[in-house]
Write a protein that binds this ligand. Structure first.
Ligand code: NAP
Length: 314
């Protein structure tokens, strides 16, 4: 009987390019990949912003999906890409799709795409075209399809909550299995550890419990220590609200489609996929709110008014 040879670890790609490296998800993917001991290069609209966030020693590249001449330098020497579609980019044909082609030409072997729940069938979301393009081009890829981020409460809705004490969105009475971005990022890092195992796979990513927005608002009220209510928006009211906040129309349209999808239970189902990938229970919404409570602190003047009944001068 021969001596069994030791099992070889699966080959890991070399350098990973993380797009959207200063955005909500990209920044956490950068942290997760570095914690896994990986060689990373961050790409975003500003090299200075990448260095300010991730340190001067980090490899940083300028990437603008609308400027194709930024693609080659960002991709050179990378074996894998974490691909984010920025919310401001609605048209894929002239942006992410050519970037995928450039990645292939540059020798990239695996792309992990941050897609979204429902993208396989919903042609109205831009991620659908990207998923199809990845499949058509035959590049090794993995799809992460999260539903609704816990972090939305601290980013997109932070101002409404901090200043008006309200969560305002067109989700009706939907329940949502809030997923924590840090868990999605950890899943991405695990995929890059063994891309062959995750080749052409798609993963729905949800948190471990589904809450209504009334329940989320109650939780915030308890943790933040002042009243926060959920105010269901009509679709027209929400479009107006986004428009008034200064978002371009294409982004207003995509964001509204994604949020209205919540009403139809798009992000309600709790899925065990992420728990299986991570080998542990994903973080709950309550964990995120407790760890981020300072995000919803009242602006100083309002806090003083609430405490003392008058506003400070200046
Ligand atoms: N929110 C959710 O619940 C949820 C759920 C599932 C999926 N998703 C998907 O997640 C994605 C958003 O991820 P995120 O929250 O990490 O986004 P994000 O925080 O907005 O990050 C996107 C990054 O890309 C940069 N960027 C903007 N325009 C660019 C361009 N032309 N070329 C290259 N980079 C550009 C942005 O820079 P600037 O900030 O300077 O513009 C930003 O740093 C979207 O596709 C969304 O549909 C979100």
């Amino acid at each position: 009987m021969g001596i069994a040879s030791p099992v070889e670890p699966p080959p890991r790609p070399g350098r990973v390019l993380v797009t959207g490296a200063v955005g909500n998800v990209g920044r956490e993917v950068m942290h997760a990949l570095r914690a896994h001991g990986r060689l990373v290069r961050g790409a975003d609209l500003s090299v200075n912003a990448i260095r300010a966030m991730h340190g001067d020693e980090i490899e940083a590249a300028l990437l603008d999906y609308q400027e194709h001449d930024t693609f080659a330098a960002a991709l050179t020497g990378c074996d894998a890409v974490f691909l984010v579609r920025p919310p401001a980019i609605a048209y894929m044909e002239s942006t992410l799709l050519p970037f995928i082609d450039a990645a292939l030409a540059a020798g990239v072997k695996h792309i992990v795409f941050l897609s979204c729940a429902g993208a396989a069938t919903n042609k109205l979301v831009p991620h659908h075209a990207v998923e199809r393009h990845l499949a058509a081009r035959g590049v090794g890829h993995s799809l992460l399809r999260p539903g609704f981020f816990s972090q939305n409460l601290g980013v997109a809705y932070r101002r409404d909550i901090a200043e008006d004490g309200r969560l305002f969105l067109p989700a009706g009475r939907a329940r949502v299995a809030f997923v924590d971005i840090r868990d999605v990022a950890e899943a991405a890092a695990m995929i890059f550890d063994d891309p062959a195992m995750h080749k052409n796979a798609a993963y729905d990513c949800t948190g471990p419990e589904a809450l209504s927005f009334e329940e989320a608002a109650r939780l915030m009220t308890e943790v933040v220590g002042r009243p926060i209510r959920y105010e269901p928006a009509s679709i027209a009211g929400y479009v107006r609200h986004l428009h008034m906040s200064g978002l371009p129309l294409a982004q207003v349209a995509v964001q509204t489609v994604l949020h209205v999808g919540l009403r139809f239970g798009q992000s309600e189902k709790i899925d065990a996929t992420l728990e299986r990938l991570l080998g542990r229970r994903p973080r709950t919404l309550a964990t995120y709110i407790r760890e981020s409570v300072e995000l919803w602190a009242l602006p100083l003047a309002q806090a003083v008014r609430a405490e003392c009944g008058f506003a400070p001068n200046g």
